[in-house]
Design a protein around this ligand. Structure first.
Ligand code: B16
Ligand code: MG
Length: 220
């Protein structure tokens, strides 16, 4: 049976959260706002606009629309500078292995990310050719936990949502997959991702038998 396997990017394929953190932290500090790694956790899977809104809320700051746009641009320029130096060593453990396993089983593979920089990152880590569809922050208007990004992914793969499986590291992403009526697989901390149908610390914990079961399973 052909299923649709949809992968989040940041936190699932690569750890770009560390670069978002550095860039947001510089921006926050320039405004006199402190920004911790715990706050950065809360920005995972959140769009760029909403991330800046949250930082300003935390710092109790109001700024003009022009300054907001300038800060967004500067943050992204710094982030792009970090990701321009990325290479295949930044791929998270066993990601190429699972992609190749799915390809060998003739499964459909999509990316479902909030990032507008997703294509550049996939090119830098040389994984772009493994994906049959790429849905990112440039294709969708509603942020996770809205299911739009995954539903568009399913449509592009031409697979019905209940035959799709989502790999996600964020709570909002798991909620989006569940709302889309897809099988949700949390990659990361079991307590944080308890709403997922299945949870693994990382892809090294996923055995081929599990993949085989997914290929033949239906969401109940
Ligand atoms: P950009 P994901 C998300 O990626 C990140 O987790 C989140 O921290 C970031 O703000 C968002 O992409 C937008 O990224 O500024 O590059 O458009 O986890 O959905 O792959
Ligand atoms: Mg993520």
């Amino acid at each position: 049976m052909k299923k649709g396997f949809i992968f989040d990017l940041d936190g699932v394929i690569v750890d770009t959260a560390k670069y978002h953190f550095l860039a947001w932290q510089n921006l926050a500090n320039s405004l006199g706002i402190s920004f911790s790694s715990a706050q950065n956790e809360q920005l995972k899977g959140v769009s760029r606009v909403r991330s800046l809104e949250k930082i300003l809320e935390w710092g109790d700051k109001t700024i003009s629309k022009e300054e907001f746009n300038r800060l967004m641009r500067e943050k992204n320029e710094e982030y792009l500078d970090y990701i321009s130096k990325m290479d295949t060593t930044e791929i998270l453990p066993d990601v190429p292995k699972i992609l190749d396993t799915l390809i060998s089983k003739k499964q459909a593979i999509a990316l479902g990310s909030a990032s507008k920089n997703a294509r550049v990152i996939l090119e830098k880590v040389q994984l772009i050719d493994k994906f049959h569809a790429i849905v990112d922050g440039t294709n969708v208007s509603k942020a996770k936990p809205d299911p739009e990004v995954f539903l568009v992914g399913a449509r592009q793969l031409n697979i019905s949502p209940e035959n799709c499986i989502v790999f996600e590291d964020s709570v909002a992403g798991i909620q989006a997959a569940n709302t889309a009526n897809m099988i949700s697989i949390g990659i990361g901390d079991a307590n944080t991702l308890h709403q997922a149908d299945y949870i693994f610390k990382d892809f090294t914990e996923i055995k081929e038998e599990f993949i085989n079961n997914l290929v033949s399973a239906r969401k109940v």
